[in-house]
Design a protein around this ligand. Structure first.
Ligand code: LLP
Length: 415
């Protein structure tokens, strides 16, 4: 759902609050999220699966404790890719046994931490990783639950940087190693094979690559079942896209219906790891126009938000809509490149945008709830933005703006 709209005075509002006063109160750049939108997106996604399933929110999309806590209260599991993400889930009240640990490079320390916490499952991506998990579990006299992540060599038809299921990608277990790893899991006293998994990419806008991946998983599942090995889980990963601009991604109901049809009567539990589809459209990044400039060729709107705050446009040439907080203005309509203050020509938030704006106006960059704050950095020694969650008529600061002294925390000068 889209949680924001212009009110009768032409002011952009989120839930029941006008945004401009929030921007004045908390300063800009400011990340704003809608509790209602996050909860509705979650309930819509989870509720659309009318078969045995579990949804594990992909923490990397937005790891703020308040968001994890909201989702934990709705019964969510979590998909993590680092010890830091596990620590966040536990701090936010999530339970370790509903956590799936994905990622290609789990360290010994992370594996130990996850085993000690009672992790729900390791999603294993290589032979060496499986061996390491088995060793650590044996050392602790524990049994490690694992799923094996396949690389199904499927084109997710998305940006190359977020395509993860093609043969040349670093992800998943190569086909020719799979059978021996399944055997290893079945024979090893400290491993428990929970199932198979795959995650073919992010921002998918059609159902067919998912179905292709699911059919690959089902074929293996059926083969193993015919040998008497009934796997409890199949994990399809995340990846359902959202509408930023003109995309027309399937609704969760359409996606789940397609899965249900292929699943048939099989009793296996299906795991999903949605990230973007839960939070992307629940968040806005608010920025102020510092300067308007024309170089004789084009107009620039230089805002106080930059690629360090929101990297997606610079990294993936991603399009996110940019709209003014007030429609009630008589500034001339012109075409702008909306850019930040960082010393790189790749520092843009949007190109060729038609806007009626003037110096000091406030802008909202839409679709910023996923992979926005979570990919932000301190590049150019810029303090990271504040995050605020709106809940009806209330707003809550869920992460304070960084102070300059935070910039060098942990650093020291030579004696
Ligand atoms: N599960 C695994 C194993 C993943 O690697 C990912 C995302 C997800 C689930 C969640 O996927 P989602 O539902 O959010 O598409 N920074 C990029 C997206 C990177 C996605 C990485 N993996 C962007 O801003 O577009």
């Amino acid at each position: 759902m889209q949680p924001f709209a212009y009110n009768e005075n032409g002011q952009l509002s989120i839930e029941e609050l006008e945004i401009a006063p929030l921007a004045r109160q908390h300063g800009t750049p400011l990340y704003l999220y809608s509790r209602q939108a996050i909860e509705q997106n979650w309930l819509q996604f989870d509720g659309a699966a009318r078969f045995n399933h579990r949804c594990c929110y992909a923490v990397k999309a937005n790891p703020n404790l308040a968001i994890l806590n909201l989702l934990a209260k709705l019964g969510a599991g979590f998909d993590i890719v680092s010890g830091g993400e596990l620590a966040r889930v536990l701090e936010a009240g999530g339970s370790a046994d509903k956590v799936i640990f994905s990622g290609t490079g789990k360290s010994r320390e992370e594996i130990d931490y996850a085993l000690d916490a009672g992790i729900g499952c390791f999603n294993v991506e290589s032979t060496q990783e499986l061996t390491r998990i088995a060793e650590r579990a044996a050392h602790k006299q524990q049994t490690a639950p694992v799923t094996l992540r396949l690389n199904p060599d499927i084109d997710a038809e998305t940006h190359p940087y977020i395509t993860t299921g093609k043969k040349h990608n670093k992800f998943g277990i190569p086909n020719n190693e799979l059978e021996s790893l399944i055997q290893l899991c079945l024979e090893h006293p400290h491993l428990e094979l929970r199932g198979l998994s795959c995650h073919i990419g992010s921002q998918l806008t059609s159902v067919s690559p998912f179905i292709h991946a699911f059919e690959t998983l089902l074929q293996l599942y059926d083969e193993l079942a015919s040998e008497g090995i009934e796997l409890p889980w199949l994990n399809l990963g995340g990846g359902l896209g959202v509408r930023y601009h003109k995309e027309t991604p399937p609704a969760p109901a359409e996606y789940m219906q397609a899965i249900a049809e292929r699943l048939g009567e099989r009793r296996v539990k299906i795991i999903f790891e949605p990230g973007r589809s839960i939070v992307a459209n629940a968040g806005l990044l608010i920025a102020r126009v510092e300067y308007i400039k024309n170089n004789g060729l084009q107009n620039f709107a230089i805002t106080n938000a930059a690629m360090n705050d929101l990297l997606r446009p610079a990294l993936y040439q991603a399009y996110q809509p940019i709209i003014p907080l007030s429609r009630d203005n008589d500034s001339p309509l012109a075409t702008y490149d909306v850019v930040g203050p960082i010393c790189e020509s790749g520092d843009f938030l949007g190109k060729d945008r038609e806007l009626s704006i003037t110096q000091d106006d406030l802008l909202a960059i839409c679709g910023s709830g996923a992979y926005g704050f979570s990919m932000s950095s301190n590049y150019n020694s810029r303090c990271r933005a504040a995050e605020v969650m709106v809940d009806g008529q209330q707003s809550h600061l869920i992460r304070a703006r960084e102070q300059q002294s935070d910039l060098w925390r942990g650093e020291s000068m030579l004696p």
